[in-house]
Design a protein around this ligand. Structure first.
Ligand SMILES: [Fe+2]
Ligand SMILES: [Fe+2]
Length: 218
C-alpha cells in the first residue's frame, strides 16, 4: 500500500533513508578517491575519477533535497562506522575492492534504492533521478572490470573466487544489519514490502554471479 507522503512516519523514515544514502555516496566518493592512486591502469583511473565527481554531485543534490524535505540531518552512520567503512575499503586488494564496492554497494545497494523509488514522494523521486542515472555507469564499470579481472585468473582460481563472493556479500550485509539500524522498519514505513526488496536484491545478486561464470565476450 502506498503510504501517505504527509504522514509523520513516512517523512521520518524517508528522511533517515535519504541521510543514509547521502552518507553512503559520500563514503564511496572518499574510498574511490583514495583508491585512484593505486589502481592497475589509466582506464580504471579515468572511470573512478568520473565516479568521484558523480558522487560529489549526488551528495550535493541530496543534501539540498534533505534540507527542502525538512528531514532530521543527524547522521545515520556514526564517525566510527564511517571510519570503519573507509578502513575496510583501504584494506582490500583490487579484486576484493571491485566486489565489495561494485557488486555489493553499487549494484545491490542501488537495486534496493530502486525498489523504494516508486513509493517515494515526487520531490524525493526527482532528487534520485540524476544519482540513479549515474549509478548505471558505476555499476557497468565495476562489474565489467571485475569480470575482466576474473577472466585473467586460472580457471580453478576463478571459480573459487566466484564461490567466495557470496560469503563476502553476506559479511557486508551482516555488518549493515549489525549497525543497529531498523532497515526493515524504515522500508515498511515508506511503503516498501521488505521481503519483496530482499527478493529482488537476491535475484540481482544471482544474475550477477551467474554472469561472472560466463566467458568474457570478445
Ligand atoms: Fe551515487
Ligand atoms: Fe555510485
Amino acid at each position: 500500500m502506498k503510504p501517505n507522503i504527509n504522514d509523520k512516519e513516512y517523512r521520518g523514515a524517508m528522511g533517515r533513508l535519504l541521510v543514509m544514502y547521502t552518507q553512503v555516496d559520500y563514503l564511496i566518493m572518499r574510498a574511490c578517491a583514495e583508491r585512484i592512486a593505486t589502481v592497475p591502469d589509466e582506464e580504471a583511473q579515468l572511470s573512478m575519477a568520473k565516479q568521484v565527481g558523480d558522487e560529489s554531485r549526488h551528495v550535493r543534490i541530496q543534501q539540498q533535497w534533505i534540507k527542502n524535505f525538512g528531514a532530521d540531518t543527524t547522521p545515520v552512520f556514526s564517525e566510527l562506522q564511517q571510519a570503519m567503512f573507509l578502513q575496510h575499503f583501504r584494506s582490500l586488494n583490487w579484486i576484493d575492492f571491485l566486489t565489495d564496492m561494485y557488486v555489493c554497494i553499487e549494484a545491490l545497494g542501488g537495486e534496493a534504492v530502486e525498489q523504494i523509488v516508486p513509493m517515494a514522494d515526487p520531490g524525493t523521486r526527482e532528487s534520485l533521478k540524476v544519482p540513479l542515472q549515474d549509478e548505471i555507469d558505476h555499476v557497468a564499470f565495476g562489474l565489467g572490470r571485475l569480470k575482466q579481472e576474473l577472466s585473467a585468473l586460472p580457471e580453478a582460481e576463478r571459480y573459487t573466487y566466484i564461490e567466495s563472493i557470496s560469503s563476502r556479500l553476506d559479511f557486508l550485509d551482516d555488518s549493515l544489519h549489525d549497525m543497529g539500524l531498523d532497515i526493515p522498519g524504515m522500508f515498511k514505513a515508506v511503503g516498501a514490502d521488505y521481503q519483496c526488496v530482499v527478493d529482488s536484491v537476491m535475484q540481482r545478486r544471482q544474475e550477477i554471479l551467474e554472469s561472472f561464470a560466463l566467458p568474457v565476450a570478445a
